[in-house]
Design a protein around this ligand. Structure first.
Ligand SMILES: [Zn+2]
Length: 86
């Protein structure tokens, strides 16, 4: 059963977990490409936290970001590849 705290949330990476836990919500596993996108997105957040101990200075990107090093750009690039566009 999905956690109520993840209702309506695609994914989240929290400072309280020290970058060692990523969470993916029910909407984030809609299909394989979406799940890959969300995991790559959250992993980018987690890697930043593990590198510097906070999320300071992080540029999140937008839904249009693609392979630009941002969380959105990382997730969208992987989804784009899975969908055969790269
Ligand atoms: Zn994010």
């Amino acid at each position: 059963m999905p956690s109520p705290e993840m209702s309506g949330v695609m994914g989240v990476t929290r400072a309280v977990d020290g970058g060692r836990v990523i969470r993916v919500g029910p909407e984030g596993i809609y299909d394989d490409a979406t799940a890959a996108n969300i995991i790559a997105h959250e992993l980018t957040h987690a890697r930043r936290y593990l590198r510097q101990g906070n999320f300071d200075g992080e540029v999140h990107g937008t839904a249009d970001s693609l392979a630009d090093g941002t969380p959105y750009g990382s997730g969208n690039a992987l989804q784009d590849w899975i969908e055969g566009n790269r």
